[in-house]
Design a protein around this ligand. Sequence first.
Ligand code: ASP
Ligand code: MG
Length: 417
Amino acid sequence: MKVYKFGGASVKDAAGIRNLSNIVSKSEDNLVIVVSAFGKTTNSLQNVLKLWLAGEEAYKIFLDEIYKYHLSVSAELFTDLKTADKIDIYFDRLRVYLQSKRKGLYDFEYDQIVSYGEIWSTIIVAEYLKTVFSDVEWIDIRENLITDGRFRDANVLWNESSGRLLQKIDFKKNRIYVTQGFIAGTVAGQTTTLGREGSDYSAAILANILDAECVMVWKDVPGIMNSDPKWLDDAQKLDEISYREAVEMTFSGAKVIHPKTIKPLHNKNIALYVRSFLNPAEQGTVIKSDATLKKILPVYIKKEDQILISILPKDFSFVIGDNLSRIFHSFMVHGIKVNLVEASAISLDVCVDDERPKVDALIADLKTEFSVVYNENVEMLSVRHYTSESIARITSGREILLEQRTRSTVRFVVRQI
Ligand code: ASP
Ligand code: MG
């Protein structure tokens, strides 16, 4: 069996869903199809959440827009109202939830509310595929992919999930299963999410558990490029890369796939294909164990909206040692991922995503024991397989606040000047 994953851009309208169906029709394999929310629905739902939490009734206007969007896609695809009725049930459920007015913690409410995007999208996709193929089943992944209760960044409970999924997905009953990316559930039945853009990770988890032959991620780019074409205009497609290369790239901030995607695939040696849903006959990029870089190109990665935090012990003691474990414990407690660390005798520089208010809470916490200074609005630039020209190219016109080199990668924390 294979796992196909379609992101929001591929299912933003009725034409996208017809295109998805065409891509599926080219395959005779058993398939699990993982789908994200339509277009920018996750962002729109985040907005609804924000207004609702602030007690602003205007959330209803925005929710209604999302509702009309889904109805119009469904009206274009179906002649009867069966699918619209199904969608209605879940919109009503969310409306009732929002009216109940018992507001819990942000991360918890986020998952209960924002997760609906994937429910609506997959209902419409599955209903459409049922009009084309005879053996399609929709699965509510919240009952089958089980996580702990760390809302917005849930950890998969592998044994529990694998027991349920292997029972639920039976290719003797159906050839095509359609389910949601990004979302999951706890044993107690509460909805969780795996982090923004987490549908790739969902696809990888399912592939691992179901022993897939491969995962195909269908995107609006030709494959994985050696830089973001919106940043550097001579971006080139990489035909194949190793798991290691892919992990390093996503860790440095390459947005092409979610960073957590690689590990479950590597562990079972499952190849990941990144292909264009606009040109499905083209080859794309494959990530696999025995990949060879045919020609070594520098790979450029930019991570924006960073904050560089410098932590110094107040008493001039060395930062390494006890201090180090205390400092990183704080990062963990506040749920902040470290993108780069550089230590000297009495100072530790750490670059992280500028996620407020989490970062403010971390800084306040660190300040109880250390001196803390920080630079906001900085970028982290990385070049893998760097050359002197490639470095000059990306650092010119920027003030370098920090530089770190290994044999294969150079990283800069920079500010525009
Ligand atoms: N819909 C979610 C998001 O936009 C998950 C995903 O697209 O992977 O973050
Ligand atoms: Mg998305």
